[in-house]
Design a protein around this ligand. Structure first.
Ligand SMILES: CC(C)(COP(=O)(O)OP(=O)(O)OC[C@H]1O[C@@H](n2cnc3c(N)ncnc32)[C@H](O)[C@@H]1OP(=O)(O)O)[C@@H](O)C(=O)NCCC(=O)NCCS
Length: 197
């Protein structure tokens, strides 16, 4: 079960507690958004085991991603600088997860998002991406790259609205990017969902 907020004892060094927020979605529901931590490994493993194969395919480009203990550790052990993930949690359940992955000292990172079906189209991915972009910028990451399957209109719509470049399609995979500095590409205003704490 995902904890809404983590006790001080299980927060790893460098855990950016300031990124914890209560977010109200456009359908009126609220979720807690907070950084992912190693303590989340067991519930994350369970949640990934229950995800439908189409969602896995859209997120990882394979219906059977390698999700063994080593990979779960990789997904949950973050330095919160070059690699950072945010989870949205409600009632112990995972509503969504966004992350960026970069190399240490790099100003570029790759972004990935997934939202549980029952939470889609309420602005959750938009709210989390907005928080992730702000967190990245504060950590010296100035450019996000994103890859998604060519026929994935939800993510294509979302990224276009966020100011990502028109995608380049290669072998059915769309590749796009965004410069995060506010002067070059504004993030949409809080019209969909708003952090309330
Ligand atoms: C992509 C995804 C993260 C979006 O999550 P979400 O919380 O529903 O996103 P939001 O509600 O913030 O925004 C979704 C946008 O897509 C639009 N959308 C949804 N389905 C759509 C469709 N079939 N065609 C066109 N647009 C669509 C919505 O209208 C919304 O745009 P709007 O706010 O301008 O109306 C979610 O669909 C998902 O988890 N998909 C599977 C994983 C995946 O594809 N990840 C991307 C690769 S990294």
């Amino acid at each position: 079960m995902f904890q809404e907020t983590l006790e001080s004892g299980v927060r790893p060094p460098g855990y950016p507690r300031e990124l914890e927020k209560l977010v109200r979605l456009k359908d009126g529901r609220s979720v807690t958004v907070r950084p992912l931590a190693p303590a989340d490994a067991p519930p994350l493993e369970r949640a990934l085991a229950e995800v439908d194969s189409e969602t896995l395919y859209q997120r990882f480009f394979t219906r059977r991603p390698r999700l063994d203990a080593q990979q779960i550790a990789h997904l949950t052990e973050l330095d919160y600088q070059s690699r950072l993930a945010l989870v949205a949690v409600r009632g112990g359940h995972l509503a969504g997860i966004v992350r960026y992955e970069g190399e240490p000292e790099s100003v570029t990172a790759e972004v990935g998002l997934v939202v549980a079906h029952e939470w889609r189209n309420a602005g959750l991915a938009s709210a989390m991406l907005r928080e992730l972009e702000k967190a990245a910028l504060a950590r010296g990451i100035f450019r996000f790259e994103a890859y998604y399957l060519e026929h994935n209109p939800a993510i294509a719509t979302l990224l276009a609205r966020f100011g990502y470049a028109p995608p380049r399609i290669l072998s059915g995979v769309a590749e796009t990017c965004k410069d995060l500095l506010p002067t070059t590409s504004p993030t949409p205003a809080g019209d969909l969902a708003s952090p309330v704490a």
